[in-house]
Ligand binder design. Structure first.
Ligand code: PBG
Length: 323
C-alpha cells in the first residue's frame, strides 16, 4: 500500500500557492466603519469598553472619516448622541440634530466617502427603547412615522444610505414611502432585517447611553434560538423594498447569514457588533490571543458564511492589511 494519491498538504506548501487557492477574500471594499458623534467641542471621548473608538465631535469625526477614507474603506455608519433625550426621541428627526449636522459636514469635507445613517430612536429616547412607549409597551405603529421622518431628514441632509435598526414591523415600507415622496427614490435602504436580542450590544449601549431604562428588547428583537424566523423577517423586508438585508450580530449567527444568502441571493450585510469587537480587544490586551489574527479570522469567517458587506469597528485598522 503506497501513500494515498491525494495529499491535501501539496497546495498548502507556500504562501503563493495558498493565496492562489484561497476561496474567501476579505476586501476593504466590503467594510463599513461605525462612528459615534456628539454635540460640542473638545477632545473625542474614548469609549472604555471599545478601545480605539470614541464619541467624536463633528470636528474629530471629520478627521476620523478622512483617515477611514484614506485606507480605502468606502463607507461609515453614523450613530448620534443627542443633547437631550425625551420620550419621543425628537432629536432623531430634528434637521438640526447631531446626525444631520454630521452628515452635512462629512459630505462637504470628505465627499468621496459614503455616509450611512442608522435609523432608530433608542439613542434619543429617555427610556432607551427603539420606539415610542405607551402604558409600558413599545408601540409599533405609532413609531413608524417617526422612523420614516428620521430617515427622510437624513436623506435630506445628504445620507447615501439609510439603515433602520429598530425592528418594528413595517418600518421598511414606511421608510421607503417617505423617501419616495420626498425626492429620495434613489436612496437605498439597508435594513437590519434579522436583528437578535443579544448580549453583545453591551459596549454600544455604554457608548450611546441607550440601555433600556426598564425591561429589555426581547419584545421586538429576535430570539437567538430562531433561524427560520430570520428568513421570514428577511422576506418581509425585501417585499417592503429593502435593498440590502442585514444579520446582526455576526459571529454567533453565521448559519443565519448563510441561509439568508442561499435562500434570497441578495446583498447581505453582517454587523460585527460592539461586544464581538470588545471580546477580541480585551483578550488581546491580556496577551491571551493575537488580536490582529483573531480579527482577520473572524471577519473572514463572516465573509465565508455569505456576507457581502461587514460593519465592523475593526474596519479602519484592518483595511491596510487587506487587498
Ligand atoms: C440601535 C442600534 C444598536 C446597535 C446598532 N444599532 C443597539 C441596540 O439595539 O441596542 C448595536 C451595535 C453594536 O453593538 O455594535 N438600535
Amino acid at each position: 500500500m503506497t501513500f494515498p494519491k491525494t495529499r491535501m498538504r501539496r497546495l498548502r506548501a507556500s504562501e503563493a500557492l495558498r493565496r492562489m487557492v484561497r476561496e474567501t477574500r476579505l476586501s476593504r471594499d466590503q467594510l463599513v466603519m461605525p462612528l459615534f458623534v456628539r454635540h460640542g467641542g473638545g477632545a473625542p471621548e474614548p469609549i472604555a469598553s471599545m478601545p480605539g473608538c470614541a464619541r467624536h465631535t463633528i470636528e474629530s469625526l471629520v478627521e476620523e472619516a478622512r483617515s477611514v477614507a484614506a485606507v480605502g474603506v468606502p463607507a461609515v455608519i453614523l450613530f448620534g448622541l443627542p443633547s437631550r433625550k425625551d420620550p419621543q426621541g425628537s432629536e432623531a428627526y430634528d434637521p438640526e440634530g447631531i446626525v444631520p449636522r454630521a452628515i452635512r459636514a462629512l459630505k462637504r469635507e470628505v465627499p468621496g466617502l459614503l455616509v450611512w445613517a442608522d435609523v432608530c430612536l433608542c439613542e434619543y429616547t429617555d427610556h432607551g427603547h427603539c420606539g415610542v412607549v405607551e402604558k409600558g409597551e413599545v408601540r409599533n405603529d405609532a413609531t413608524l412615522p417617526l422612523l420614516a421622518r428620521a430617515a427622510t431628514v437624513y436623506a435630506d441632509a445628504g445620507a447615501d444610505v439609510v439603515a433602520p435598526s429598530d425592528m418594528m414591523d413595517g418600518r421598511v415600507a414606511a421608510v421607503r414611502a417617505s423617501l419616495d415622496a420626498s425626492g429620495h427614490a434613489e436612496t437605498p435602504i439597508v435594513s437590519y432585517a434579522a436583528k437578535y436580542a443579544s448580549a453583545f450590544y453591551g459596549p454600544f449601549r455604554e457608548a450611546a447611553g441607550s440601555a433600556p431604562a426598564f425591561g429589555d428588547r426581547r419584545g421586538y428583537q429576535m430570539d437567538p434560538a430562531n433561524a427560520d424566523e430570520a428568513l421570514r423577517e428577511v422576506a418581509l423586508d425585501l417585499e417592503e423594498g429593502a435593498d440590502v438585508v442585514m444579520v446582526k450580530p455576526a459571529l454567533a449567527y453565521l448559519d443565519v447569514i448563510r441561509r439568508v444568502k442561499d435562500r434570497f441571493g441578495v446583498p447581505v450585510a453582517a454587523y460585527h457588533v460592539s461586544g464581538e469587537y470588545a471580546m477580541i480587544r480585551a483578550a488581546a490586551a491580556n496577551g491571551w490571543i493575537d488580536g490582529d489574527r483573531a480579527a482577520l479570522e473572524v471577519l473572514t469567517a463572516i465573509r465565508r458564511a455569505g456576507a457581502d458587506i461587514i460593519l465592523t469597528y475593526f474596519a479602519k485598522e484592518i483595511a491596510p492589511r487587506l487587498g
